[in-house]
Design a protein around this ligand. Structure first.
Ligand SMILES: [Zn+2]
Length: 399
């Protein structure tokens, strides 16, 4: 069957029914891009590594840009931001596979903790840009809402979860041999790659990034999490409108997993968080929003995704003995670097919609508007009727 290349399922081979995609997507998914990847040159050369995709690199901010931006923010924010690395935090693993530092920016003084991550998929760039913009606003704005957010929460911003993939402009990271400073090779002679959003699994944690960020999560114990991705281009089949932002999460609301967690608490919270953001941003300017899917009537239910594992309270390696868990949602910005659709022209708009979405999510949680919202709003967000759940644990399951 055709490969579905909305963001979160590329590394899987669907075994279920023939599924027609909602929109015409480019044939070259991440697997194609990886096959075209030449031999890697090592961390020092990574910033000059040839872009295997089509998007002009001028539209993409780098890991180095992030460090510069965070350091500048720390200097100018009069203590409102704490920029730290996991090396400084003291997690057992604290570097990426290729040896890059893993950065977190903390804002706020509240006892409730929030987790916001971008760019777990390296070729999905605008989580980085939008989180840097939100960070700057959060520390400089005197508005009562922002003050309330800062007082209630300590927010842990991870602008680049996957620095190596970001530098290589690849979805995955590559497992690295520190001795030879070369990729580790599989039996087929190709570099071993890991989708970091499939690696928080009992038999996962193959990549150092996963072990480092997981341990940090067990220290933070956030109350809510937000994960920013990109998806393929998408059009509403009824109205013909381009969808610019999709809302959902990697365990389907009403699906085979989420309603069974904590008596359905996170199933409800997912609907409320997505519903609140949808109310706040849909049709504001250029923004058109719907529910996240990976094909007509197909939604994901993956257990190895980072925020899935958070919701399931994964206790890996004994690091989460109390079974901490937290609700989470995804933002999916339309356009991937792998289909070359993220030119400079779209950049500002796509970043701005994420900024508005993150701000809506934060203020809704701070004021309690999210928790007061009728979860039935989920049904009002435009979507195709769910027919199949695409899983990483049980094949494709009919709804
Ligand atoms: Zn993604």
């Amino acid at each position: 069957m055709r490969e579905m290349d909305h963001t979160c399922i590329i590394s899987q081979t669907p075994s279920g029914p023939q599924i027609s995609r909602r929109t015409a997507l480019t044939a070259l998914g991440a697997l194609g891009a990886l096959a075209a990847t030449p031999a890697l040159a090592g961390p020092a050369a990574a910033t000059t590594y040839p872009n295997p995709n089509n998007t002009p690199t001028s539209a993409i901010r780098t890991y180095g840009d992030m460090i510069k931006g965070l350091e500048q923010l720390q200097r100018t924010s009069r203590g409102a931001v704490t920029v730290t690395t996991l090396r400084e935090v003291g997690t057992a693993e604290y570097l990426s596979e290729q040896g890059r530092e893993l950065y977190v920016a903390q804002v706020g003084t509240g006892t409730r903790h929030l987790w916001i991550q971008g760019r777990i998929h390296g070729d999905e760039p605008y989580g980085l840009d939008s989180l840097m913009t939100v960070l700057r606003s959060l520390v400089s704005s005197g508005s009562p809402t922002y003050r309330q957010i800062r007082e209630q929460f300590t927010i842990h911003f991870i602008p680049v979860y996957n620095p190596d993939g970001s530098e290589m402009n690849t979805r995955t990271t590559t497992l690295w041999d520190e001795t030879t400073n070369q990729p580790r090779l599989g039996a087929n002679g190709r570099p071993l790659t890991v989708d970091l959003n499939r690696d928080w699994a009992v038999n996962g944690f193959r990549a150092r990034e996963s072990r480092a960020w997981y341990e940090y999560w067990t220290m933070v114990k956030p109350e809510y999490a937000l994960d920013i991705h990109h998806q393929g281009m998408k059009v509403d089949r009824t109205t013909g409108e381009a969808i610019t932002l999709s809302l959902g999460v990697s365990l389907a609301p009403g699906g085979p997993t989420l309603p069974g967690i904590r008596g359905g608490e996170y199933d409800v919270l997912t609907r409320q968080m997505a519903g609140h953001v949808w109310q706040q941003v849909d049709h504001r300017g250029h923004i058109t929003t719907d529910r996240y899917d990976v094909g007509e009537g197909v939604v994901i239910d993956i257990h190895g995704g980072v925020v899935s594992a958070m919701m399931m309270g994964l206790n890996w390696n004994g690091l989460n003995p109390t079974g901490h868990s937290n609700a989470a949602i995804f933002f999916e910005t339309s356009g991937n670097t792998r289909d070359g659709s993220l030119g400079q022209k779209a950049r500002g708009k796509l970043i701005q919609q994420n900024v508005l979405g993150v701000e809506a999510w934060l203020s809704g949680l701070a004021t309690g508007a999210v928790q007061r919202l009728d979860p039935e709003i989920w049904e009002q967000i435009p979507h195709d009727p769910v027919q199949y759940y695409f899983t990483d644990w049980g094949g494709t399951i009919p709804a």
